[in-house]
Write a protein that binds this ligand. Structure first.
Ligand code: GTP
Ligand code: MG
Length: 208
């Protein structure tokens, strides 16, 4: 898919304030600092569209970006950032979970995992929660450029093997780097395919 335009629309503090127009929507989630905002910039080809930072915990709101005037990318706050206050963490978790469960037009959730890491409990628990709630998701390994080609392949294959100890089958898996743009076409082609699906939108979907 060719990206012609991508623009920031709104930052929302909760589900109810999210845009009311019903379009396909793809959200990006993962631990703080995993590379969500950088990936969004890489996919849209705009360096400064989503705010990135080497300080974790930068994204605190639900950020909507309209792509090609037809579908949304959503940058969500990272989870599990230990240096946030307990109250902040609880507020963000509530916001993220109510968005994920309540926004039925959200066609797919991209769950980002740092390709250098072994499975972490917080990500495993989050995937379990997604599975229990029937949320469609894919796994995106990030920062593949930080490992040698061989190490990156081995590390991500090990990660997938460990997931298969728990899950019967793997969701779609993408291997990416925002630095060298690998994985871009695969993700955009996947989104293009899903954009053709009818929108599942229930009457109780809030934010309309
Ligand atoms: P929060 O919004 O704080 O949760 O972080 P985030 O997940 O949006 O991460 P962000 O995109 O801000 O990136 C965090 C840091 O990792 C930044 O310093 C980025 O430059 C760096 N980074 C992100 N993706 C890549 C990548 O693919 N390769 C390399 N080498 N660095 C990356
Ligand atoms: Mg961010």
């Amino acid at each position: 898919m060719i990206i012609n335009t991508a623009r920031f629309v709104v930052s929302s503090p909760n589900l109810e304030k999210c845009p009311s127009d019903i379009r396909h929507e793809y959200a990006f989630i993962g631990r703080s600092n995993v590379g969500k905002s950088s990936l969004i910039n890489m996919l849209t080809g705009q360096k400064d569209l989503a705010m990135t930072s080497s300080t974790p915990g930068k994204t605190m709101l639900i950020n909507h970006f309209l792509v090609n005037d037809s579908w949304y990318i959503v940058d969500l706050p990272g989870y599990g950032f230990a240096r946030r206050s307990k109250a902040d963490r609880e507020r963000l978790e509530k916001m993220i979970k109510s968005y994920i469960l309540g926004r039925s037009r959200m066609t797919n959730l991209f769950l980002l995992i740092d390709s250098r890491h072994d499975p972490q409990r917080i990500d495993m628990e989050f995937m379990e929660w997604l599975g229990e709630n029937g949320v469609p998701f894919s796994i995106v390994f990030t920062k593949m450029d930080k490992l040698s080609a061989t190490a990156a392949k081995k590390q991500t294959a090990n990660y997938c093997a460990k997931l298969l100890d728990i899950w019967e089958e793997l969701p779609p898996v993408f291997r990416t780097s925002s630095q060298d743009r690998r994985g871009r076409d695969a993700i955009l082609d996947y989104i293009e395919e899903m954009n053709r699906l009818p929108l599942l939108d229930s009457p109780d979907d809030l934010g309309e």
